[in-house]
Design a binder for this molecule. Sequence first.
Ligand SMILES: NC(=O)C1=CN([C@@H]2O[C@H](COP(=O)(O)OP(=O)(O)OC[C@H]3O[C@@H](n4cnc5c(N)ncnc54)[C@H](O)[C@@H]3O)[C@@H](O)[C@H]2O)C=CC1
Ligand SMILES: NCC(=O)COP(=O)(O)O
Length: 338
Amino acid sequence: MKPIAISCGEPAGIGPEVAAKAWAALRHDLPMVWIGDPAHLPAGTPVRVVDDLNGITPDAMAVLARNFGSPAIAGQPNPAHAQGVIDAIATGVDLVRSGQASAICTAPIHKAALIAGAGFAYPGHTEYLAALAGVDRVVMMLACEGLRVVPATIHISLEKVPETLTATLLTDTILITHAALRRQFGIAAPRIAVAGLNPHAGEDGKMGDEEITTITPVLDALRAEGLDISGPHSADTMFHAAARARYDVAICMYHDQALIPIKTIDFAGGVNITLGLPLIRTSPDHGTAFDIAGLGVADPASMIAALRQAERMAKNVDASGGDHPDLPQAIHGARKMA
Ligand SMILES: NC(=O)C1=CN([C@@H]2O[C@H](COP(=O)(O)OP(=O)(O)OC[C@H]3O[C@@H](n4cnc5c(N)ncnc54)[C@H](O)[C@@H]3O)[C@@H](O)[C@H]2O)C=CC1
Ligand SMILES: NCC(=O)COP(=O)(O)O
């Protein structure tokens, strides 16, 4: 399999440490290349600086070296590193799109540092990757053993959720998710459960009416096209074990509705995945963890799970013909299937 490209993320956080630990755990199984300043990796990491992705071997961590100009100080993001952090993501995307790497796995960034140091115009990787790939609509999924969740709205304030949650957004989110579950996850007939926005899914309009005006009509239309969709469900009863067993993905209406259950069930092993890109992108579910950066205690489980998830997705895509759907293809694929 082609190597997985790992972008360094925020050098002052735990990204370099979990990448080095994940490499040590997986080096005999999975080819990887890390993009960043080798001086930011933990002391003692065996490094081989490479110019291209040929000849990656398990004895040393392959690094596409970038000179960030100064060391990383744990817990203190340096705006002067911001452009290097952003460029590492773009390089990883280029490697995948040019066919040299099978996927990109991104280490966590500190968005405020990127804004301060380089005027980063995106709320997160998800939106930046969409811009790099030239797609209008992407979907954030978080996955762990036994649960996948998708927030239909992502990095916006809670007050903006109702106006942002349009029928078009919800339809696209479900169709992109459905197509990705089939092609990248190998699930032939995905079972999709959709949460309501309001308490008790609106209680027949007595606690909000978005379920009536927006969500139910979208679900009815997609059911008519043959998709296996249930809901809108009360979000508070969607995530216990018996409920989780009834679906392959939970579509949620806003960020915390989706991320709280998964980070509660499996904070250590959760993975963040971007769907709808013409490439595979995974990431650990945690952030930069400045409070423990530099201490050597960061748990690499989520980074390891993210790399393994990327590996499985790459194999599923290869098995399904090798291409990646963009939004129109995803919609077409879902409708054709239905
Ligand atoms: N994909 C990305 O780039 C992400 C970036 N972030 C960014 O990270 C920064 C910090 O976010 P927080 O909400 O504080 O979340 P966080 O995940 O960085 O930290 C929350 C708590 O979990 C602990 N923790 C996190 N990962 C750990 C690991 N691998 N091993 C052991 N303990 C771990 C931390 O020490 C902290 O106590 C923010 O700037 C945020 O925007 C957050 C999530 C994802
Ligand atoms: N809460 C998830 C998160 O912030 C990750 O965002 P992204 O950087 O993957 O877009």
